[in-house]
Every structure is written in structure tokens, then in C-alpha cells.
Write a protein that binds this ligand. Structure first.
Ligand code: FES
Ligand SMILES: [Fe+2]
Length: 326
């Protein structure tokens, strides 16, 4: 599948402690675990011996090196997935055919990322938000009963603010969407360099309504950046929100947001509470949309206010995305 070329988040880095963690991507069960140095690893969550979930197992340190031990017969796997020991045959040296499939795993933006794509191609495609403020606060995960492209399109959509987020990101006195330009970057991904919106409460710190300058940029088929700057407000922090979506199944997604902010004073919990309040307004609307897969070949009516959504759908088509669309 073309979508396998990109990297996707599978867990927040803070979620993975000493115990193996079951996660999923594109319908495949994965297990994450950390070795004795703290380095994270991702395997297919299925023991090659009898198909048991390796996420039921335990991380053990043997001879100074951590291995993932299967719960059923105790086969142990090293960080690369090689079978390092079969307790029923202590003298036996396991072969390559006893290995579990290992996937590349990276830590970035407070999340753990994997890819099913070929290494070199995928290496270029870890989504990069570019220059953003230094403090990062991860919000989520949210498990949402819809396709990943529906979640991304909602993040790019401004004309719902006055209705879904009335009194917060939008208000009924300002429903109009001003004309805006969609610019396509070198990777073919659409963005909007300038968008001006009136917001009654634009951020966790906002005391009153203000005009806010937005910049949108799609980073990959399942991630997007929103840079926000309140105008005319002294010392308003610069903020970037990045949406990251993992397609668990064609119609089920796991969602995180990373807030990058120049604000060093507001506690993490306050910043997360604001983002949480916004997203739980979106969630029931998202889960009500039919079909759950994003229609790329017609069947929905558009207005000129939906230019960015239309550009996103074209981008998915051009990239050959087939998962979570119809
Ligand atoms: S099923 Fe995993 S060791 Fe037997
Ligand atoms: Fe929304």
C-alpha cells in the first residue's frame, strides 16, 4: 500500500514503561518494549512459536541485555527480533526462522513512530513540523470511530468553528470564511499560509476574544500543523498545534495532538484541558459522519469555503492513498 511509505505514531513515548505495550497500525497488532538502555523496539505482536501475543510477555535482562520473553513457553527475543533462547532446549541455537518480525521505531515529538515501508523511502517521510516553539505538550490518545482522513480533514476545516466550538474557537457573529489561498509545497502537500479568524477564546491563556492569524500545513497524509498567533495581544504566546493520526483500521483511528508553545508558565494540565475540551466537541460530530471513509470520488457537496479540504482530498488521490477513503 502506498500509505506504508510514511511514518505513523503508535504511542506517546511516556506511555511505554517497563512492561510491553500492545498497539496497532493498519490492522496489524504490534508490541512495543524498552530494552535495558531505554531504547524502544516494535515487533509484530505474535510469537513465531504458537501465535501467542508477545505483549502478554515480560522484559528480562539476560547476560546484561534485555530480551522480550513470551508468556507461553518462554522463548526470548532480542532487540532485533532474533530468538535468543528456547528454554525447553537450553543447548539449542535458534535459527533465523525462529525470529519475530521487527519494525523500525523512532522517538520524536513526544511520540513513538514506526513505518511498514522500505527503509530509505520511509526515512525521508517522518513528518516534520519545521521551526516551532520549544515546549511540547502531548495530548491524547483519543480513539475515534472514523477514518484517519476524516479526522485530518476536520483539523483543516475552519467553517465548523462557529457551530461546534461556539464561544471558544468560533462564534455565530463571525461565521464567514474569508477568501484564502491554498499553496502546494514541494512534497505536493497543501497548506494555507495566512488565514485570519475571530476567536472568542483561542487558547488556554486567552482572557477574551481576539483576531488570530493561522497557518495550516499538511505534513503527511495523516498529520497536519496549525500555527497560531493572536494579533494585537501583548506577549501572546506563539503556539503550534500538530495533529498526528494513526490509522488502526480503515474506520478506527488513534489521535494525538502536540502543542508546541512559547508559554513556559501555564501548567501542562491546563494546556491539555483546553485541547481536550476542543476535541471532545469534535469527536461526536466526526463519529456521526457517513461514510466513515473519506469520499475522494464524489458524493459530497462542497462550497468555496472548503478549498483546503478539497486540496487535501486531491493530495490523497495524487499520493495513491487507499486506506480509510472511498
Ligand atoms: S507461543 Fe511463544 S514461546 Fe510458545
Ligand atoms: Fe473542531
Amino acid at each position: 500500500m502506498n500509505e506504508h511509505r510514511w511514518w505513523y505514531p503508535v504511542a506517546a513515548a511516556a506511555e511505554l514503561g517497563a512492561s510491553p505495550l500492545p498497539v496497532a497500525l493498519f490492522g496489524e497488532a504490534l508490541v512495543l518494549w524498552r530494552d535495558e538502555t531505554g531504547a524502544p523496539h516494535a515487533f509484530t505482536d505474535r510469537c513465531p512459536h504458537r501465535g501467542t501475543r508477545l505483549s502478554l510477555g515480560t522484559v528480562r535482562v539476560v547476560g546484561g541485555a534485555a530480551q522480550l520473553e513470551c508468556r507461553y513457553h518462554g522463548w526470548r527475543f532480542d532487540g532485533g527480533g532474533r530468538c535468543a533462547g528456547i528454554p525447553a532446549l537450553p543447548e539449542f541455537r535458534p535459527a533465523d526462522s525462529h525470529a519475530v518480525r521487527s519494525h523500525p521505531l523512532r522517538e520524536a515529538h513526544g511520540l513513538l513512530w514506526t513505518t511498514f515501508g522500505p527503509g530509505a523511502d520511509a526515512a525521508a517521510a517522518l513528518p516534520d513540523p519545521g521551526p516551532v516553539p520549544g515546549r511540547a505538550v502531548v495530548c491524547g490518545p483519543y480513539d475515534v470511530a472514523t477514518s484517519a482522513p476524516r479526522v485530518v480533514e476536520n483539523f483543516l476545516d475552519t467553517s465548523h468553528f462557529a457551530f461546534v466550538h461556539e464561544g471558544g474557537l468560533g462564534d455565530r457573529g463571525h461565521t464567514g470564511v474569508p477568501p484564502y489561498d491554498v499553496v502546494i509545497d514541494a512534497a505536493g502537500a497543501p497548506g494555507v499560509p495566512h488565514y485570519r479568524a475571530w476567536q472568542p477564546r483561542a487558547s488556554a491563556q486567552a482572557a477574551g476574544g481576539t483576531w488570530v492569524d493561522y497557518r495550516y500545513q499538511l505534513l503527511s497524509p495523516c498529520s497536519a500543523l496549525l500555527l497560531k498567533q493572536a494579533s494585537g495581544v501583548d506577549a501572546a504566546p506563539q503556539e503550534a498545534y500538530v495533529l498526528w493520526v494513526a490509522p488502526l483500521e480503515p474506520e478506527h483511528s488513534r489521535v494525538w495532538f502536540t502543542l508546541f508553545t512559547s508559554d513556559t508558565a501555564t501548567p501542562d494540565a491546563t494546556l491539555r484541558a483546553f485541547q481536550h475540551a476542543v476535541f471532545i466537541q469534535d469527536q461526536p460530530v466526526l463519529e456521526s459522519q457517513q461514510p466513515r471513509r473519506l469520499p475522494l470520488s464524489g458524493g459530497e457537496a462542497h462550497s468555496a469555503a472548503d478549498r483546503l479540504s478539497a486540496a487535501y482530498r486531491r493530495y490523497l488521490q495524487e499520493q495513491g492513498i487507499t486506506y480509510g477513503v472511498c
